[in-house]
Write a protein that binds this ligand. Sequence first.
Ligand code: PLP
Ligand code: SF4
Length: 336
Amino acid sequence: MILASKTGAVEGSSRELADWQQSLRLAYRTQAELLAAVGLGTENFSSAQTNFPILAPREFVNRMEYGNPNDPLLLQVLETEQESQSDIGELDPVGDMASYRGGLLLQKYAHRVLLIASGVCAIHCRYCFRRHFPYAALSRGQEGLHRALVDISSDESIQEVILSGGDPLMLPDKHLKWLVDEIDAISHVQRIRLHTRLPVVIPSRVCDALCDWLKQVRSAVYIVLHVNHANEIDLNVTRAIRLLRSQGVQLLNQAVLLRGVNDSVEAQVELCKQLINLQVIPYYLHLLDPVRNAMHFNVSLPEGLAIIDAMQRELPGYAVPNLVREVCGEKSKVRV
Ligand SMILES: *Cc1c(COP(=O)(O)O)cnc(C)c1O
Ligand code: SF4
């Protein structure tokens, strides 16, 4: 709808692209564009000049409050000079490279492996723990995938394959269907999990082609969404979530506890209420990983515990996420 009104010119030149791919092309990629879209001038902001450029699709930006420099969605995507001041923290905060198995596989935990299905995302979250991830250093493309598939099929201890990235739903459905079919054909794989922000960021990603291959998967399918604030859930996101559920997919959510974005009891309770009303189970609330250029989002452990404590008094037990932290070398994420 936005596409038709504002950008007729672009539309005509790329009719072969799916809707969500169009949305991606039209995403805001500079601070000036993004600020203009929400009615803010550039004079109070200066850019951080990091190597992680702004990327914010219009569908997501449309849910921001016009003229509010502290909007919780805006803060997730706006590059600010705080990032260069926040030059402490790690490049690989969660020890990803130590768990590299070769090909495109990481393994930290028993019985499940994480496959880097795509090195790109539909949105650039400023606090991302993989913002410095050396995707280019992995053995990529068909060769990396092939090695991963051989590795998974020769290791019977693997019960679950997690497609992550980046965002696995950045792959076109034809490619994704092929990959999921290959994994699904390995008899000891019992569950396939996708970690994605796309159904929330660009809800039209939940298209017919996606639903068609999803409902044919033999393994149990889990999709872990990433919603940090209730304002991210609009009517189109609601529709996308219902559509995913109707394919027999179990939906979970992970959020990151972020200073200025969702570090209050009210924000967390509202988020979890909206999620469970859509039958999405709040799974994890992550304490920020100590990632370089993002430490200004950090919320301390005692503050996090106090928020969870208050949530337990407001919500049914299944609506309270596990507050977790990733500690390098541990056998699971650490519940705190
Ligand atoms: C977080 C993560 C997982 C998934 O952990 P769960 O506790 O099962 O959600 C798996 N592999 C890696 C490398 C991870 O970082
Ligand atoms: S969608 Fe996930 S992987 Fe991609 S930038 Fe955001 S937090 Fe990072």
